[in-house]
Each structure stands twice: as C-alpha cells, then as structure tokens.
Design a protein around this ligand. Sequence first.
Ligand SMILES: *[C@@H]1O[C@H](CO)[C@@H](O)[C@H](O)[C@H]1NC(C)=O
Length: 374
Amino acid sequence: MFGIISHKLVASTAGGSPGQPILRAAVLAMMSNYSTATKQIMVREALNSALDEEMAADPTVFLMGEEVGEYEGAYKVSKGLLRKYGPQRVVDTPITEAGFTGIGVGASCHGLRPIVEFMTFNFAMQAIDHIINSAAKTNYMSAGNINVPIVFRGPNGPAAGVGAQHSQISSHWYSSCPGLKVLAPYSSEDARGLLKTAIRDPDPVVFLENELLYGESFPVSDEVLDSSFCLPIGKAKIEKEGKDVTITAFSRMVGYALKAAEILEKEDLEAEVINLRSIRPLDRSLINNSVRKTNRLVTVEEGFPQHGVGAEICASVVEENFNYLDAPVERISGADAPMPYAANLERLALPQVEDVVRAARRACYRSVPTATTA
Ligand SMILES: *[C@@H]1O[C@H](CO)[C@@H](O)[C@H](O)[C@H]1NC(C)=O
C-alpha cells in the first residue's frame, strides 16, 4: 500500500527526482489518508519507510534475500524498493540461506551495509554459522580492526497454524551470544526507530519481527515520521506506568501485557508495562528501577521457558533487588513443547492475556492460586 502511494506520488510530482524529499512527501500523503486526529501507520509501512530512507541516505546500504525484489517481499516489507534502487541494491537471492548470508557477512566486512532478509527466522537456522561464527566474532577476533555492520531481519515466532518448525522464537538463542545486538520491535514507532538505528549501527544486529504485527496499525507522532528519527539500542520503553506490579514483554506480547493491564486497572491494580525493545543489550537498569517501585515482577514471552528471556530477567532482578521483592517472580512463556499444529492446542501452548492477568494477581496476592489455575 505504501509503495503504491509512493509510486503514484513520484509519478505525479513535478520533476519527479527520487530521494528523501519525495519519500517524506509520500509518507505525509499516506498519512493524510488517515484523516483522524492521530496519524496511524502499519508496522510493515514503518519498516518499509525505514529501509527506504536509510537506502536513500547511504549508497552502501543494500537489501538481499529471497523474493525481496520482484515479489517485493513475502510480507511486502520491501514494496517499491526494487523499482527505486534497482537490482544492484535490492538483490533477489536463490533459496540458500547458508550461501547468501555468507555473502552478506563478507560484504559487510568490506565496507558495505547489507540488510539480509530471512523469509522467516526459522530458515536462518541454515545460516546460523555465519551469524554466530562470522558476524558476531569478527570484530573481536580482528582486534577491533574489522567492523561488521549488517542487519539480519525477518519475522520470527508463532504465527497461526504453521507448526513446530515454523513457529519458533529466536530471541533467546541469539541474545545469549556476545557480539550480537538483538532487537524486537512491537509498534510502528519501534519498527521505524529501531530499524533505522540497526542499519546505522557498526555491529551485527539481529532484528526480530513478527508476522502477525505487520498488518497492525499504530499511532505515530510527527517526530517518529521524521527521517532523523532513531531509537537507541539497549533502552526499553515504559508503555504504561503503574505502581503495583512490573510486567515485562517484547514484540507481540507487549499488546497482551497492555490488555492485561487494562483488565487489572478495573481491579485497582496498576501494572507498569515495559516494552523491552532491545533483548541484547537488555535495559537492566530500567527494569531494576521499576521493580524497586512495584516490588513485583511478571515476565511475558512466547518462547520456550528454559533459559529464556524471562529467566534472564528474573535472575537479574533477584541479583539486584532481592530485598525489594514482595512476591516470587512470575514467568509467563510458551509451553515447553514443540508447537502443535491444531489450533486449539496451539492456543494452549501460547501465553494468553488471562495468563498474564492471573500471574499479576498472584504476584499482588489478590488471588491465591489453586493447583489447577497455573
Ligand atoms: C539497581 O539500582 C540500584 C540502586 O539505584 C543500583 O545500585 C544498581 O546498580 C542498579 N542495578 C542495575 C543493574 O541497574
């Protein structure tokens, strides 16, 4: 949708020379389609505009991956980019993650800034050797002489009915590896600000999107739409302030945590909802300060529980705030099992809003759990 509007605008603008001013005009034109008080853009449009602006600003930035060019991305995130930047900078690769990811890492060691799109991060399992052994290690092993400014991006996590091999969360795998930065956007603001920062960053960034969020719209301010807008790596965002219990979440689970907070509000429980944004580095200091205020913690994630993001946050909070905790820490995660294909079982394997509400109530001692209400 964004690409179509942008194309029409380029065609109908006097002069029609491509570049940033036109892009900004296109964004504004698109915004005016939503003539409500707040401007709204979809996550896929936020990602598309971030790619477009960074490619316009820096000729060393290029996009590569399966179907990113002619087909404009499996999820249309690269819509309009081939037409605008040509096949040298929007490169359709063969179906070989191990091959094209290696080429990307090599290019990033030699002065280019590749963005490698994985159709899903499940396929990046084919390429993990290049991500972990080459991208994450080269700066260290070259004694700081070689930078690896590359972004690995694409959807990860459960979608709907895609089975055990296509529903996996990659956050805890990559975030255990020194040398990588790992980001997980939730809103359109996150998607735009974090992707622009990731592309400009001198180090390898694993950028974990979510298929079910691409089509969701979020309100954005003029500041977010400005081409200079970037969000810092390693900083979380307090989405909603509260004094009774801290709830941490990332990616799609931020929406669940916010819904849970609305329900808790009706029971006079004020939850503080933290959108992590950055999984590595983790904003330990913001979590620390929040738990010192609320004295209670619930972590929410879709991934497996063992050695997960929640496990790391709980350990960190217990180390820093043992004396401040008024209740045991609570972890809400996906089930410790391969994802079932059947829709009813898939629902049972994933965190639901009511799970977050129950955990927050337990932490606040409003409801004593019985053996069956885990
Ligand atoms: C947590 O807060 C305390 C008190 O302000 C501080 O001493 C400690 O360094 C903080 N820990 C982190 C990880 O920010």
